[in-house]
Design a protein. Sequence first.
Length: 741
Amino acid sequence: MSTSTETIIEGEVIRITFENAMTGYRVLKVNVSGRFEPLAVVGILPPVHIGGRVRAHGMIVVDPKFGEQLQAVGLTELAPNTRKGIANYLGSGLIPGVGAATAQRIVDTFGDATLKVLDETPERLREVGGLGAKRIASIAGAWNDQRAVREVMVFLQAHGASTSLATRIWKRYGSRSIHVVSSDPYRLAIEVKGVGFKTADKIAQSIGIASDSPRRIEAGVLHIVGETADVGHTFIPKGELIERAAAMLGLPADRSFDFAISELRAAGLIVVEATSDSSDFTEGDIVFARELHDAEERAAKQIVALSAARAEPLGNAAAAIAAFEAKSKMPLAVQQRAAIEAVAESPVVVITGGPGVGKTTIVRALVDIFSRAGLTMALAAPTGRAAKRMADATGREAMTLHRLLEFDPKSSTFKRSAARPIEVGALIVDESSMIDLPMFDALTQAIASGVRLVLVGDVDQLPSVGPGAVLHDVIASRAVPCVRLTQIFRQAAESMIVRNAHRVHSGEIPVGADAAEDGADFFVIERDDPEAARDVIIDLVTRRIPRKFGFEPVRDIQVLTPMHRGPCGAIALNDALQAVLNSEGASVSKGERTLRVGDKVMQLRNDYDRAVWNGDLGVITSIDGAERSMTIGFETAGDEARQVSYDAKAFDDVALAYACTVHKSQGSEYPAVVIPLLSSHFVMLSRKLLYTAITRGKRLVVLVVDRRALPLAVGEVKNAERYTRMARRIERARAGHFIES
C-alpha cells in the first residue's frame, strides 16, 4: 500500500544500508524530525554521506518485507546544520584522509562556520592542529570535488532532470556537466545513454533555449532520422523528414530545416542522396543516418565481392547428392537438387521458401556435402532459439551470429572483422530474414574471399526488427543466385498450419478445423468484442489448450499479438496471464509493473554488457528484494539456460512475455501459438504479419478473430514495405558504379 500524495522529507542520513555505484540505486536510513524511527529512503539517488542532510520527495509505501519506506523520485543534499552533523558528515569518508577524530578537530576549531571556511577560505585549515600543508591541500581539493557534485545535482534537478538522469549526466561529463547542459543540452540525446530528444528538449526549454533555435531544429531532425531507423527504414525522404520534424517541434516547415539538414550533413551525422530513377522508392533527396548509409555501402560492395570470388571446389555435386540420398534414405526433390547445385556453382546463394518446402533437408544435405568436400564450416542463426533448432536438425553445433562474430561486451564490437575473418570454408545462416542491416554489415565484413555463404530464410515473413530488409534486398538485386522453394511436401501438406500459411501468402482467408476434429492443428475462433476475445485467449492458454493437447502454458504456449496496447495488446494480455499463471512468490516492482520468479520475460533491446539481445526469451530464476536485483535464465543453443544478472536500472529492458508482438517473435518457433486478430489492430494488420504469426506455430495455431479483421490483414500488402537502398547499391556495385552522396 502507498499514500496517494507525494511526500517531502528532510533529515540527516544516519546509515547507508545499500548502494550500487554503477546503477545509483541506494537504500538510506534518514532521521526525520517528528518520526520516532529512522525512515528508509530508497531509489536511484545521488551519492550521499553519513551525517549529510537531505531533502527527498516521493511516495510512502509499506513493503511487505522491509516495512515503511519512501520510494524517492528525487533527492537533494543539504548542508548539515548542527556541529554534530557537520562532524559526522566530514568524518564519514567524504574526504579521503579525514576520519572522525580529524573531523571533530576541524569542527572544534571553526564551529558553526566550518562549512563556510571550507568553501571560501580553506587555507585556514592550518589553524587546526596536526594538519600539514600537503594534507590541507588534499582536503581542500576533495572538498571542492564534492561541492561540484552537489552543485551539478542541484542544477540538473532544478531544470527537470530526474535523479537517475542527473547521475548519468554527471558520470558522462563530471565537473563539466553544468557547462555542457547550459550551452548545448541537445548533446545529451546523442551522448548520454537513455536520454531521448524529448528529455533533452524539456531541459533545454527550462534553461531558456528558444523554440526556433537552430540547435533545437537540428536535434529534432536528427531525432526523426533515428525514429525512422527504429521502425526499420534505412532512410527517410527529405520532404517527409522536414514535415515530421516541423510538426514535432511546433514550427513552420521553412528553410530553417534545409539549413539544419545542411549543418548535420556537414558535421557527418547524416548523408543526403538524390534519387533519379524508377528503381527508387521516392523522388527527390533522401536522408540517412551516417552509420546506416555506410553499412549499406559496405555490405553491398562486400556481397558483390564475395559472389565474384573463387570458392573452394565441392567436387562432383551429383555424386555428393546421391551419397546424401543413400545415407539419409531420403530422395531430394527437383527444387532441392537445384538449390544444392546452385551452392556447388556459386560462392553466395540464397535459398528461400515458406513452411513445409524442405529448407531444413537442404541444410542437412549441405552439411553432409561440405563435410565430404573437407570444408570447415559454421552454422549460425540470429537468435539462440533459432540456432538450437538448427543444431537439433543437423546434429552439429550451431551458434548465434553474435557468438560467431565473437562479440566483445567491453568494447561493444565484434572481434571478427575484415582484419580477422571467420576461419571457415563454408557458412550457412538460417532465419536470414531476421538479419538487420548493421548485423549483415558486420557479418559480411568478417567473411573472407572464397568462403561459401548460404543464406536460408523465408523472405515472405516480416523483415527484421532492426533497420533494413536484407534478405529481400539481396534477392531483389539479382546479384546472387536465389532458389525459391515452392513445392510443399506430402507430410507437411497434411498440416493445416502449413496449408493455411500458404493460403495467406496467396491472398486467401485461412480456414479452421471443427473443434471436434481429431488431430487438427489449426482453429479459428470468432469474437467480435475485444474484451470477449481477451477472455477466450486467457481461457485457451491457461485451461483449454493444456487440457486438450497437454501443452505447458508458460513453456509451450505463446500468444502473438499485432500491437502492444489495447484489450488484446501484449501489455494487457501479459498482466492477465501473469495473474492466472504466476500470481505468487518473490517479486520486484517498478512503477506499475511487477515481475516474479517464474515469469516468462523478453529482452527489449540489445544489451552489449550482458550479451543479451532484443527478442531473447528467458525465465526469472531468482529475485533479491533487498538489493533489487534478479537473475534470468535465457535460452541458448545448448541445453543449459544462461543465467544473467539484472540490477534495478536494467529492469526496464525486460518485459513479461506470456504474450508478445508478432514482430518480436521472428525467428522463433513455439509448440503452440494463440493469435488475436481484431479490427482494433487495423494499423498493424498486413498479410506478412499474419503469415509470420501463423508460421511461428509448430504443432498448434489458434486464431481469435473478429469477422472484419481477417480480410483486412490478408488484403494489406503495403504495411511491411521499408525504405532501403541496398538492392540498388548492390546493382550499382556489381556494375562498377557507386551512388553519389
